[in-house]
Design a protein around this ligand. Structure first.
Ligand code: SF4
Length: 303
């Protein structure tokens, strides 16, 4: 079976002799399975979510905070894991208090994600599934996972194709991501349904990271959400861009987002009628600094 899972459509065999853009084997490369706190309150709350961090990615963002594991040049031999072992590792972390499992950067590991979810079901575990992607997803693949995903948590990064190519090495991100988000919205709508403890049961939350020097991009993103998707959708507007992870030469990206830029983004989204969701404190860019060489990648950060 050749791989055309994501919009790259590499038709790759995903074996030693033929890898696609993501350079991933069919077996899942998993850098970490851990309890993660500090995300949106309906996702992780005080108890946390069991997150599965896949290695490699179908984008190559030059400022990725997970670059240790998302870089497609790294070998995945050490992180390849069987579905059975992944299921067992997840079960060790699932407690009655933790109702959600998040698949982080899953777009190139949809097959593995499906098998892990079915493996959990076979062992009597039915956590709600969060699909935490970069937004570079294919419609047919999203339709395929419609019945196993409970909450979509996609990024919406760029409204400018040139910016997407410069910073994430992909073409036509704006067009592809907007179509993908519309499909997710078709499946889930605006309602974010929560349980008695305030954790998400079903819905969609769009994340957008404000980039320093690119307020125009943010404003176009916000207009697209308001006009092409819905003002009723939940938006997580993020200020946590951290230049320490950037490895390019664009001078705009060598600093953090300013308070003025972030305040302007918040004011603009509200002027469009987007009120549901979350914003961050500007100091949040000091808090989200995972180290995937540790057993728990986030234990050195404040989250
Ligand atoms: S998942 Fe990987 S191999 Fe498959 S189409 Fe996407 S980038 Fe190519």
């Amino acid at each position: 079976m050749n791989c055309n899972l994501c919009p790259h459509e590499c038709n790759a065999m995903r074996e030693q002799t033929s890898f696609g853009f993501c350079r991933s084997h069919w077996l899942p490369g998993i850098a970490s399975i851990c309890i993660h706190k500090g995300e949106e309150p309906v996702i992780s709350g005080e108890k946390g979510i069991v997150n599965v961090f896949f290695t490699h990615c179908n984008l190559q963002c030059t400022y990725c905070q997970n670059r240790q594991i998302s870089n497609n040049k790294i070998s995945d031999e050490l992180s390849l894991i069987s579905i059975e072992n992944a299921v067992d590792e997840i079960i060790k972390l699932l407690t009655p208090d933790i109702s959600l499992i998040g698949f982080v950067s899953p777009s190139h590991h949809i097959d593995a994600m499906e098998k892990i979810v079915y493996g959990l079901h076979q062992k009597g575990f039915y956590p709600r599934v969060v699909y935490n992607s970069n937004g570079y997803d294919k419609i047919s693949t999203l339709k395929r996972i419609e019945n196993i995903v409970d909450i979509y948590l996609p990024d919406y990064k760029y409204a400018d194709s040139d910016l997407g190519f410069e910073l994430s090495k992909v073409i036509e991100y704006p067009l592809i991501a907007l179509k993908a988000l519309k499909e997710m919205y078709r499946q889930k709508g605006s309602a974010l349904i929560t349980d008695d403890n305030g954790y998400a049961i079903s819905g969609m939350i769009i994340r957008h990271l404000v980039l320093p020097g690119y307020l125009d991009n943010t404003m176009q993103i916000l207009e697209n959400i308001a006009w092409e998707i819905s003002t009723g959708v939940h938006l997580s507007l993020m200020s946590q861009y951290n230049p320490q992870f950037y490895h390019g030469s664009n001078p705009n990206l060598l600093r953090k987002v300013s308070q003025e830029e972030y305040d302007s983004a918040i004011a603009f989204k509200e002027s469009l009628g987007i009120y549901k969701g979350w914003t961050q404190e500007l100091v949040s860019n000091d808090f989200y600094n995972p180290d995937f060489t540790l057993d728990h990648p986030f234990e050195s950060s404040s989250t």
